[in-house]
Design a protein around this ligand. Sequence first.
Ligand SMILES: C[S@@+](CC[C@H](N)C(=O)[O-])C[C@H]1O[C@@H](n2cnc3c(N)ncnc32)[C@H](O)[C@@H]1O
Length: 329
Amino acid sequence: MTDATAAAALTLHNALDGDESRTLAEDVRQGLARPFKELPPKHLYDTRGAELFEQICELPEYYPTRLERSILERVAADVIAATAAGELVELGSGSAAKTRLLLDAMAAAGTLRRFVAVDVTEQAVRDSATELIQEYPGLEVHGLIGDFERHLDYLPPAREPRLLAFLGGTIGNFPPAARLRFLTAVAELLRPADHLLIGTDLVKDRAVLEAAYDDSAGVTAAFNLNILHVLNRELGANFDPQSFTHVARFDEDEEWIEMRLRSDRAQTVALPAIAMDVSFAEGEELRTEVSAKFTRERVAVELEAAGLELLAWYTDPSDWFALSLARRA
Ligand SMILES: C[S@@+](CC[C@H](N)C(=O)[O-])C[C@H]1O[C@@H](n2cnc3c(N)ncnc32)[C@H](O)[C@@H]1O
């Protein structure tokens, strides 16, 4: 493909446009003023955070990526046969590495027309969009740099039966109320011919789960600590990342993994851009991510509550990860 043809096949829209630093400021103002400090996980994903996440996907302990890939290798053709999808919209697409399996199945079925990548990390959207138009001649690619909780209105109107994919277990990063809100908004986007494909990590042995979020090479620790570098850069804060320790713990009651940063000493951090000082007691923890683990029953119940119907459940032989195909009920 020539560069001119490639350019014609690629459109990019940035829904963040400066607005993101306001969101970060607001999230930090609210999240660090609470007695139990917390920040939304999307702020983990600046360019460096996205690179670290790619490294996590290669770690021996981090089974979700490998298992989701193996399930997709087995069922992508069935999913495309069942949905007749001509366009794939991926929320939180990142590097869109596993997405290629769905695009290949669409190409083989002769339905492939358009891919829409939605991610909060601008570089990931730009890089994956540019690679995909080169890899799939004739494919139209639309990159939406945006927040899937706030910018679904910016999706281009569907022109073909659409498959909306939400892979990687990212759905688990929402706490339950926000998850229902999100799934309901997604359900409202779906027309009768459209489908949703969601990847969910499943409940399993604590040791396996905790190792996946606390690898021996320390990559997940670096990913978690990166949020402090984001605050230093974006808000002029003076966090000393060396004085915080990465913590990953499975909460059996909530059935979720929590990533936290524990302050190794009593300290006060200044965030001049939002005129805020934040004190941490020695041992105090800041929650940076939850990652819910599911059962088939819970997925079906939550989909139903959002106005969706579970059509197919695909899992790996060990039942560690699942893909759910759904449509509007
Ligand atoms: C767990 S990673 C999964 C990446 C990829 N889908 C995969 O399966 O490997 C989560 C992805 O969602 C993106 N993300 C997180 N929160 C987001 C938000 N609120 N809006 C848009 N993208 C978001 C991150 O930048 C990252 O690429």
